[in-house]
Write a protein that binds this ligand. Structure first.
Ligand SMILES: [Cu+2]
Length: 698
């Protein structure tokens, strides 16, 4: 195809950067606090393609043949091109003309990525959920998989694209519901894929999800049907977009960290509820679906490492962008690469000002985009361990709890799960790395100082006077009485133990959260809140971007060093990675001390706090978050430990205007579609499992 350097100033992303040009200096991190300075990726002219005068290019790190197309953008929008470190890259200025009024009514054009997305194309994906026997660590088991792979296939899109996913449930014994983790589903509540917003997909049926990528970065999709994702029903989802620091090369496939259970997840969940076993446990850890026998840590020396470990290739001095996902059921990980620093450029789906660390806590449900800076002079063998070490206090394994300071577990799992391999003349694929672990100061699973050092590139200033009134909170546990239902105000959420564990420990029983598969809340908004297991927070909708809701999640009733009355051998001290649907939240405070209504609020951070969708509540402490109630609907907040969510550590927030906005926005077509789906489900398995009250069904 014709390619003329000077006349076709191709490409691309919106964000704009007349002042950012000098920043394209490899090895130099970004540093600026100006929100308009998100740097686009560098595209060489070979990447670019001329299609009807519209922007079309192969984004760095995309799979082969994958292209971003922006039919709304053409050469008149080019701002210019620039040379840098051997590549030429171009960008466009974001203007009123390159947004589509018909589909972007809710957005205003600003340099705040939160309020703007380009207009992309539609992409269709087809997922088939079925049983397959696999043995990722040598032990065969029957898993439930998307398209027969673990993790499932990569869903890949460009910022602004609309993704349409056709999910067919070919399981013979269960329904399924698929959630698109971290995607806000802005004004698109019915596509969230949880039991609040739809009935499960009946056996043999296909359900189609449809959503637009208003965010970009790294995330994943997974079953939200009880603990089904722990049986394998998960996969990566990446959205190409700008980055907050330059890099040389990127890979499409993320490093997907999981734990792995040798039996069925549903059976493992029985252990969570058992007063004898106390707690679900995992058997192993995997990286990208690869693992080794828990008993044979280093059995592969001399064999081809590519058959036993996921390999990440790098060149000396090269800056490699990697994507990290924790899709585990019960394990938070400390990620590190021996001998290498980690430059963090995004947390969850939010670009952050780059910070450099030796290791990185990746809690369940969290993601990071990172850059590894290649060494100028790597060791001759060229191999370095990638470690995914279970974090202290955030793991439960069959052969003992992993603890960095306690050596009483005789057979800890080997955290060396991947290999960074230098493509240099003397490097070998036939020798394990001989690298030593970085000096890691903090193996804790809340990672308080690290988590609080992450600063979004596009800043938010948070109102100190929220729309809700924390002082009005009932301070009751997630246990509803009639008075609570009237109040509807759980913005101070006092976490309780798993009710059956509480019962076993002699603590007064409370009602856990329970969602009936056959009656999704979205179809019953006026009625939910009257059931003893509904656990509903009703919050006022507001379109004003300066309006916020504040929420405290308080673990002070849970076992901690202060709660000596609760035996940690009976009830383990666990932190909870809490995940929000429908919104990113900002972290006003994260503390290992209990929340004090009189004094704690004076210490909160309102000035561009960390912002993401999953944050760990420390054992015995609390987190305070804020979010914009601008997305009407019914949204889940829950612990992302699969066993805890199913045991009821969840609540539903209804964000509405008091005039049926949330249900009204569905329109007749979507309502009818949801009802038809429920009819199909009820005619299939609905009657059998609707009354299964020992599982929250989220
Ligand atoms: Cu939890």
């Amino acid at each position: 195809m014709a390619w003329r350097v000077n006349s076709i100033h191709f490409l691309f992303y919106l964000l704009v950067l007349s002042r950012a040009i000098s920043a394209i200096d490899f090895g130099q991190s970004y540093g600026s606090s100006d929100p308009s300075l998100l740097t686009p990726r560098q595209y060489t002219e070979d990447d670019l393609d001329e299609t009807s005068g519209h922007v079309s290019f192969h984004p760095e790190g995309a799979t082969e043949g994958f292209k971003c197309h922006y039919p709304g953008l053409n050469s008149e929008d080019w701002e210019g091109c620039n040379e840098g470190a051997g590549s030429r890259w171009c960008w466009i200025r974001q203007t009123e003309a390159n947004k589509d009024e018909s589909t972007r009514k809710a957005y205003t054009v600003t340099t705040n990525y939160d309020n703007y997305a380009p207009v992309g194309i539609q992409r269709h994906y087809y997922l088939d959920i079925a049983k397959h026997t696999i043995a990722p660590d040598g032990t065969p088991r029957e898993a439930r998989l998307f398209n027969g792979t673990y993790p499932g296939p990569l869903i890949e899109a460009c910022w602004g694209d609309t993704v349409i996913v056709h999910v067919t449930n070919n399981l013979d014994d269960e329904g399924s519901i698929i959630h698109w983790h971290g995607l806000r589903q802005y004004w698109n509540n019915d596509q969230d894929g949880v039991s609040m917003t739809q009935c499960p997909i009946a056996r043999g049926s296909t359900w189609t999800y449809n959503f637009t990528m208003l965010q970009y970065g790294t995330t994943w999709y997974h079953s939200h049907y009880s603990v089904q994702y722990a049986d394998g029903v998960l996969g990566p989802l990446i959205v190409h977009g700008p980055a907050s620091a330059p890099y040389d090369v990127a890979y499409a496939w993320p490093l997907f960290m999981t734990d792995w259970v040798h039996g069925r997840a549903e059976e493992e969940f029985e252990n969570e509820k058992s007063s004898k076993v106390r707690g679900s446990k995992a058997d192993n850890i995997l990286l990208d679906g690869m693992g080794r026998s828990p008993k044979a840590a280093s059995a592969y020396d001399g064999e081809d490492i590519r058959s036993s470990y996921p390999i990440t290739e790098i060149l000396p001095g090269q800056r490699v962008r990697l994507r990290l996902i924790n899709g585990a059921a019960g394990t938070s990980f400390i990620f590190s690469v021996d001998g290498h620093k980690i430059e963090v450029i995004a947390n969850d789906l939010v670009p952050v000002k780059p910070i450099v660390v030796d290791s990185l806590l990746v809690a369940i449900g969290q993601r990071y985009d990172i850059i590894i800076q290649g060494l100028q002079d790597p060791s001759p063998g060229g191999n370095y361990w990638i470690r995914t070490q279970p974090a202290d206090g955030c793991n439960t394994f069959r052969n003992g709890i992993f603890n960095s300071t306690d050596s009483t577990n005789p057979n800890p799992l080997d955290p060396r799960t991947g290999i960074l391999h230098y493509d240099i003349p003397k490097a070998t694929y036939f020798s394990l790395p001989h690298s030593t672990e970085n000096n890691i100061e903090d193996y804790s699973c809340a990672g308080i100082s690290e988590q609080n050092s992450l600063r979004p590139v596009v800043p938010w200033t948070i109102s100190k006077t929220p729309l809700n009134n924390l002082a009005l909170s009932t301070f009751y546990p997630a246990h509803q009485t009639k008075a609570d239902v009237k109040y509807g105000n759980y913005t101070h959420w006092l976490l309780r133990l798993d009710p059956l564990v509480e019962k076993a420990g002699g603590i007064k029983f409370h009602n856990p959260f329970f969602a009936n598969f056959s009656t999704p809340s979205l179809l019953n908004l006026t009625r939910i809140g009257h059931g003893e297991n509904d656990t509903v927070v009703r919050l006022p909708y507001s379109s004003n971007s300066s309006d916020f809701i504040h929420m405290v999640i308080d673990g002070s009733l849970l076992p901690s060093t202060r709660r000596a009355d609760l035996d940690p051998d009976v009830i383990p001290r666990l932190a909870h990675p809490m995940h929000w649907h429908g919104s990113d939240v900002v972290l006003l405070a994260q503390s290992d001390q209990p929340f004090d209504p009189a004094t704690s609020r004076d210490t909160w951070n309102y000035d561009n706090p960390p912002r993401r969708d999953t944050i760990t509540a420390p054992a015995g402490g609390y987190i305070a978050v804020a979010f914009k109630p601008d997305n009407p609907g019914v949204w889940l907040v829950h612990c992302h430990i699969a066993w805890h969510a199913s045991a009821g550590l969840a609540l539903q927030m209804v964000i509405d205007d008091g005039h049926s906005l949330a249900q009204g926005m569905l329109g007749d077509g979507k309502l009818q579609r949801l009802r038809d789906g429920c009819d199909e489900w009820k005619a299939d398995l609905g009657r059998l499992v609707a009354s299964k009250k020992e599982d929250s069904n989220v």
